[in-house]
Design a protein. Structure first.
Length: 316
């Protein structure tokens, strides 16, 4: 291998943690970590460091948390570190061109999509929601546009009928770090060349919000089943039952028809609900004040609440 690189890492959530671990275990010199400023969290709304910052501090790595990298002082701090390469994974801040130009070898990003398929904040969940047969991680050379840079390396994984946003996140978090290390090796050796993205194939993966997690029972069952998987573990799809909130964590397609949201049947196998076309069998639910339970456990104790003809989402 050629001389170890001076690397600065920029990332914030759990997805980025696995990449940081890989760099810490590599022969390269990790000179600093950038992460978003501490945010209030929990019932007490105490300021909490990001998962990436917590790991960096455990390894005595200097952590920088500028509010913006458009600030000339923040740019000067980064330049003073003299990085050969900036590795960015789910950092969450815009990198202006002046920042992209600081590292000798530029900036690379590990993005949880087979670019250019899904650019933006929520590529994992949008791939499931859209019914994509596969996804993966793309390591790209960054440029000023949003996830538009030349692609250096791709790794693929199929999306199974059981995958949730959580399970796919964890799998991609395992696939990404080796791909980043392979890309770095290729850059060091001068053997890696970027491939231009086809912008006509790009879709924008909008950030998730709780409002779109409300189940619209007039939509086809296939769409709702994918949405339920995509939004688990956050923001969790929901409806209402007898005017009370009802969270839906798992469901499968089933036969049946009726008015949208109408309970068709209930047994230990699940709660069958009519959709705009087809029906869903809800298999894991959470009622107010309770924990998430398989429907069989709810059915044993609350059978009367799930009578056929009851309409989910109806006003109390």
């Amino acid at each position: 291998m050629t001389q170890p690189l001076r690397i600065v890492f920029a990332g914030t959530p759990e997805f980025a943690v696995e990449h940081l671990k890989a760099l810490l275990n590599s022969p390269h010199q990790l000179v600093a970590v950038y992460s978003q400023p501490d945010r209030p969290a929990g019932r007490g709304q105490k300021l909490m460091p990001s998962p990436v910052k917590q790991l960096a501090l455990l390894h005595d790595i200097a952590v920088y948390q500028p509010q913006s990298l458009r600030d000339p002082q923040a740019q000067a701090e980064l330049a003073a570190l003299q990085p050969d390469l900036l590795v960015v994974v789910a950092y969450g801040l815009i990198l202006p061109q002046v920042v992209l130009d600081i590292p000798r070898l530029g900036c690379i990003n590990s993005h949880a999509s087979l670019l250019p398929r899904w650019r933006g904040a929520a590529p994992i969940q949008r791939a499931i929601q859209a019914g994509d047969p596969q996804t993966g991680v793309t390591v790209m050379h960054m440029e000023a546009g949003l996830d538009t840079g030349p692609m250096l390396l791709k790794v693929c994984t199929p999306i199974s009928a059981e995958d949730t946003g959580g399970s796919l996140h964890d799998r991609l978090a395992e696939l990404g770090p080796p791909a980043v290390l392979e890309a770095i090796a290729g850059l060091c050796a001068g053997t890696l060349r970027g491939q231009t993205q086809d912008d006509s194939l790009a879709n924008y993966a909008h950030k998730l919000n709780k409002d779109e997690a409300l189940l619209d029972w007039s939509r086809p069952a296939e769409e709702l089943e994918r949405l339920i998987r995509a939004f688990n573990p956050w923001p969790i799809c929901h409806s209402s039952l007898h005017g009370e909130p009802l969270k839906v964590l798992a469901a499968s397609l089933t036969d049946g028809s009726g008015s949208p949201g109408e309970i068709l049947s209930a047994n230990k196998d699940g709660l069958s609900v009519a959709c705009g076309s087809g029906a869903l069998r809800l298999t894991r639910l959470q009622l107010p004040g309770g924990k998430a339970l398989n429907f069989a456990d709810l059915f044993n104790s609350r059978r009367e609440q799930f009578a056929a003809g009851t309409v989910l989402g109806a006003c109390a």
